[in-house]
Design a protein around this ligand. Structure first.
Ligand SMILES: N=C(N)NCCCC[C@H](N)C(=O)O
Ligand SMILES: O=C(O)CCC(=O)C(=O)O
Ligand SMILES: [Fe+2]
Length: 336
């Protein structure tokens, strides 16, 4: 490997990040913690420092916790409350908004309704998918109205409040990602209105019933599709992350944090310098587990293309430019 070189662009000299000598993909046995108070600092050198920690986390692990994220606790609590209420509805009620009856992947996924299991058994979770609140059906991509359960109108408000908080936080994280990639902090701003976000309420029943196969997964090993995921989990442990030696490292719940992970769209932007790391969830605790991932990406009309700072002689571009909405939709079509 060579030392960091520079290339001159319209914005002045830039590092070619892909010549960095510090890349250690998959070399981790624990998940780092990022203190976001530095990212909210008015001092640019604090923000840069935070971005450097993010660079290490993204190139080595692909997963990190964030603390001091400024999301009010009651918004998180009320969203989990909405999830519990929703999953207590009868199957018949929930199936009225079956996700497969939606053009744009909004609504309810029953137990075993999603499939990442190579053996084809389906995943042992149920979910409820909500996106940006479009007023009407959009085009053939991911745009479309949300589908709320008629029998439980009370969940719309807390779920929407949570969605909006995630958009705020996600935009902040995008700025940190930009800084970490040696781009202007605002590089992604015009591409992230919040419309490219999907949140899911998830419920993993415990896998201790005697009629349940204990090798069954709550969610099979997979990588995420969007730019990054912000995950809120309750205090029940289930999430595991795969390192380069093939060990599953537990992402144990930690109070006051979210777990953030790089998704395949960000891997494409960064020419695989940022790792979209394989993960899975298994709930063998004996109690129900609830989690709320928020998949955040650029707006669906955006072209995702390899960033120039992530290309070098030793790392030619691995991906062709693609339309974000087409890409996400294609990946989701393969999942269901
Ligand atoms: N059933 C499984 N495991 N599906 C694959 C993971 C889901 C990825 C997620 N919906 C995303 O959009 O990234
Ligand atoms: O529930 C979790 O801990 C992880 C969920 C997840 O990986 C996903 O929905 O993509
Ligand atoms: Fe995931």
């Amino acid at each position: 490997m060579t030392d960091s070189a520079t290339v001159v662009t319209g914005n002045g000299p830039r590092k070619i990040l892909s010549n960095s000598i510090d890349l250690k993909p998959g070399d981790f046995s624990s998940i780092p913690i990022l203190d976001l108070s530095l990212a909210f600092s008015s001092d640019p050198s604090d923000r840069k420092k935070c971005a450097e920690t993010l660079f290490d986390a993204c190139t080595r692990v692909g997963f990190f916790y964030i603390k001091n994220h400024n999301v009010p606790e009651h918004i998180i609590t009320e969203c989990f409350g909405a999830g519990k209420d929703f999953f207590e509805l009868s199957l018949e009620e929930k199936m009225k908004i079956y996700i497969k009856d939606s053009e744009n992947f909004k609504g309810y996924t029953p137990l075993l309704g999603e499939n990442t299991d190579p053996a084809g058994r389906g995943d042992l979770h149920e979910g409820f998918d909500v996106g940006y609140d479009y007023a009407s059906e959009g085009d053939s991509k991911m745009e479309g109205v949300n589908r709320w359960p008629e029998a439980l109108p009370t969940i719309k408000e807390p779920v929407t409040a949570y969605f909006n908080e995630m958009v705020k936080l996600g935009k902040k994280l995008f700025q940190l990602f930009a800084l970490s990639l040696d781009l202007e902090e605002e590089y992604f701003d015009t591409m992230v209105s919040g419309k490219g976000g999907i949140m899911r309420l998830l419920h993993y029943p415990p896998q201790t019933d005697e009629n349940l196969d204990m090798t069954q997964l709550g969610i099979g090993a997979h990588s995420d599709y969007e730019c990054f995921t912000i995950l809120a989990q309750d205090d029940v442990s289930a999430l595991q992350v795969l390192n380069k030696t093939g060990e599953w490292v537990a992402a144990t719940p930690m109070k006051g944090t979210f777990v953030v992970n790089v998704g395949d769209s960000m891997a494409r932007w960064t020419n695989d310098m940022y790792l979209s790391t394989i993960h899975r969830a298994i709930n063998r605790t004996g109690v129900r587990r609830y989690s709320v991932p928020f998949f955040f990406g650029v707006d669906y009309e955006t072209t995702i293309e390899v960033l120039e700072s992530c290309v070098s002689e030793g790392r030619p571009p691995k991906y062709k430019p693609i339309n974000a909405g087409d890409y996400i939709k294609q990946r989701l079509n393969e999942t269901y």
